[in-house]
Write a protein that binds this ligand. Structure first.
Ligand SMILES: NC(=O)c1ccc[n+]([C@@H]2O[C@H](COP(=O)([O-])OP(=O)(O)OC[C@H]3O[C@@H](n4cnc5c(N)ncnc54)[C@H](OP(=O)(O)O)[C@@H]3O)[C@@H](O)[C@H]2O)c1
Length: 259
């Protein structure tokens, strides 16, 4: 009788090559750690060699199989160079996580044009070009996972934060466009919409009165911990998610469904 592999093996990422944009800290680093612990070779990305080396060293100490690729993922030449490196080293990219994101939190009237442009170039255009390049590699092997990190702001908006929802809702649209464009090639595209996570960047806010208010608004009564995003990221990267395509899945403690 043929031995069936255990169901949990379907979640494993052995042999997969993963690239996570903006993964030197925060949610990107947490997903990198989890995917590497699930067996993948994970490429860590950030804009400076110092931040990339530091992240690789901290994951390497935990036995994770990681490598670094320095580059600004809103700059075409840097994206081309990083994808060319994956093609040279492995001839493949199995999983792309579009995680990189920046935020300028202010009302529309306070934005100048250059700031609007920066928000859209880094948060949206960079991810679109990177997805195009990664999908070209995935098409060759007829297997791939495109995972885009959006936000609660990928669906709704709030006053005083005018351009971030524009970029994130653009990313939601991009994720759906990729889902229908590449499904026939064995490539799926989905989004993870995080709520409020106590990353290093948010630590000061999480500890403030405003942070406590945000926690109180959440059905769980607390902020998320960075590694709480990782289980879904691993699942979406795995073989077992093959028929999930074009979906936004919130990891927000129920914030987005609270009436
Ligand atoms: N944290 C939350 O509560 C939360 C909530 C909703 C959505 N999100 C989304 O989740 C994602 C990650 O958030 P986070 O809070 O973990 O972010 P973060 O702590 O601010 O980290 C951002 C990462 O992006 C990198 N980065 C920034 N600009 C880059 C660029 N042009 N090219 C390459 N890398 C770049 C940074 O690396 P270097 O500085 O080393 O370049 C860093 O690793 C973002 O898309 C964010 O919008 C987060």
């Amino acid at each position: 009788m043929q031995q069936q592999r255990s169901y949990s093996e379907g979640f494993a990422l052995h042999g997969k090559v993963v690239f996570i944009s903006g993964s030197t800290r925060g949610l990107g680093l947490a997903m990198a750690c989890a995917m590497a612990r699930s067996g993948a070779l994970v490429y860590i990305n950030g804009r400076t060699s110092q931040s990339v080396q530091q992240a690789c060293a901290s994951l390497g100490e935990q036995g994770a199989n990681v490598q670094g690729l320095v580059g600004d993922m809103s700059v075409v030449q840097d994206i081309d160079r990083c994808m060319a490196r994956l093609a040279e080293n492995h001839g493949r990219c199995d999983v792309l996580v579009n995680n990189m994101g920046i935020r300028i939190r202010q009302p529309l009237g306070a934005f100048n044009f250059a700031q609007m442009q920066q928000m859209l170039e880094v948060n949206l255009l960079g991810a679109m070009y990177l997805s195009q390049q990664a999908a070209a590699l995935m098409q060759k092997q007829r297997w791939g996972r495109l995972i885009t990190i959006t936000s609660v702001a990928g669906q709704v908006a709030r006053p005083g934060d005018a351009v971030y929802p524009v970029a994130k809702q653009g990313l939601t649209g991009m994720m759906r466009a990729l889902a229908v464009e590449f499904a026939a090639d064995g490539i799926t595209s989905n989004a993870i919409a995080p709520g409020t996570f106590a990353t290093e960047t948010n630590m000061a806010m999480a500890g403030s009165a405003a942070g406590e208010k945000l926690a109180a608004r959440n059905p769980t009564g607390r902020w998320g911990q960075p590694d709480e995003i990782a289980g879904l990221a691993v699942f979406l990267a795995s073989d077992l998610s093959a028929y999930i395509n074009g979906q936004v899945i919130a990891v927000d403690g129920g914030l987005s469904v609270l009436f």
